[in-house]
Design a binder for this molecule. Structure first.
Ligand SMILES: [Zn+2]
Length: 441
């Protein structure tokens, strides 16, 4: 059992005791509640230090593990070892080979992950042109939903849906979830060169806004439940709020980098900052925070998407030589997501329970993981001991390719311990389970 002065209990902070049995939380009484002798006998009592908060393990529904096929970019062992306070990861269907676009590929993924994962891992499927007939089978086989692109994904084996209508109708027919990378390729220009401003101009807010408008129309028409991944353009917030008010089943995520980094600070040639859609201007960042506080943006997940240094066009001898047109777009931040977001949230006067809602409770709800993302009776005892005031400077990382735009940054908030189903996470003895949709209710 745990006792702490500060526990985020089902969304609200209070002093509490957390009683755990067989990996599950069975009760959350008052901090100094007298408990049955069997708890004292059978379980070690963990009393948190005064500067620590017990929070639910985070649920990151947007991670590119890239194994098998591009394991040199990342992998199940390194990604799950790197998970700073994250106890559940949902892996994206692309960048691994084969991409997860049918049940056979899902089985390949599961076989690759088995026995390697320090935390629990589930899988998204993928929708590409012509695989509408595979989507229901993926759903029945336990994929949590399917993801599609509306423009070039960056890898040839995962082409975009230029008309997502048929796939959305199919997803709606079985009550599934369609996740969408919403940028309109017709409004995206060809970027080239070292200048960051040119890269941002090549992927304007309008390209996102237009794609989201079209997506919302289709969601209304087909009845499909849709989720906008990595929202970057704050100009789309009004559209999203209006659609939701109108009953369209749409949820929205953004990522730590859009909430923290700004275009103004990116040096030309520093392709560590490249991601798609891009990190935009400071005023856009501030508006995204407002969208989050207003509840138009539901959640914050990392879109952890690392690659090897050569693909980032990084040269140790000349760190600012990168070409934004050529470099891989993706930011690695699985290990840093919590302190990155917390540092900024705190600066903006937001409490820790907001961050927990955005990074644990809401992502779990998106995936239908009813036992994850909360400290409440019946939930898995997935917990993190977090010291919110402790500072550190970003140094060595566990990711296979520890390239990150946060290098050298001073952040606040240290995860001192992580527990998965009642036991401390130990990357050398991986106990993570492979999760399937629906069976984890
Ligand atoms: Zn992604």
């Amino acid at each position: 059992m745990f006792r702490a002065d500060r526990v985020i209990v089902d969304g609200t902070e209070r002093p509490a005791a957390v009683l755990v049995e067989d990996g599950r939380i069975v009760a959350v009484p008052a901090r100094d509640a007298e408990v049955d002798a069997r708890w004292a006998d059978a379980y070690r009592e963990v009393v948190l230090a005064p500067d620590e908060v017990l929070i639910p393990g985070l649920v990151d529904t947007h991670v590119h593990v890239n194994e098998p096929g591009r394991t040199e970019w990342e992998g199940f062992a390194t990604a799950t070892a790197a998970a700073g306070g994250v106890t559940t990861i949902l892996d994206m269907p692309l960048n691994s080979l084969p991409p997860t676009v049918d049940v056979a590929a899902l089985e390949v993924k599961r076989a690759a992950a088995a026995g390697q994962c320090a935390v629990d891992v589930g899988f998204w499927g993928g929708a590409i042109p012509g695989n509408e007939g595979d989507l229901r089978a993926l759903h029945l086989a336990g994929a949590f939903g399917v993801k599609c692109f509306l423009l070039d994904s960056g890898v040839p084996e995962f082409p975009p849906l230029l008309d997502p209508g048929p796939a959305m109708r199919e997803v709606a027919s079985f009550g599934g979830l369609m996740m969408v990378h919403a940028e309109d390729g017709r409004l995206v220009g060809k970027a080239a060169g070292r200048r960051y401003a040119d890269f941002v101009a090549s992927r304007p807010r309008a390209a996102e806004d237009g794609a989201i408008a079209g997506l919302l129309r289709l969601a209304r028409e087909t009845g499909a439940r849709v989720h906008v991944v990595h929202l970057s353009s704050s100009d789309a917030l009004g559209l999203l709020a209006a659609a939701r008010a109108d009953g369209v089943a749409v949820t929205v995520e953004t990522c730590p980098h859009y909430l923290v980094l700004t275009a103004e600070e990116v040096a030309d040639g520093d392709t560590r900052f490249k991601c798609c859609p891009p990190v935009r201007e400071a005023d856009n960042r501030d508006a995204l925070w407002q969208g989050l506080v207003d509840g138009i943006i539901d959640m914050v997940v990392t879109d952890h998407s690392p690659c090897t240094p050569d693909l980032k066009h990084l040269d140790p001898a000349d760190p600012f030589c990168g070409d934004f047109g050529e470099a891989w777009g993706g930011i690695a931040s699985l290990q840093l997501g919590l302190p990155v977001v917390w540092t900024e949230a705190r600066r903006r006067g937001r409490p820790l329970d907001d961050v927990v809602r955005w990074m644990a409770q809401r992502p779990a709800a998106l995936a239908g993981l009813t036992r994850k993302g909360r400290i409440a009776a019946g939930c898995d005892a997935d917990l993190a001991v977090f010291a919110p005031e402790e500072t550190f400077t970003v140094g060595a990382l566990h990711h296979r390719n520890p390239i990150t735009p946060y290098a050298g940054r001073e952040l606040r908030g240290v995860v001192r311990q992580t527990w998965l189903r009642g036991e401390i996470v130990d990357a050398t003895a991986p106990r993570g389970r492979l999760l399937t949709r629906g069976t984890h209710a």
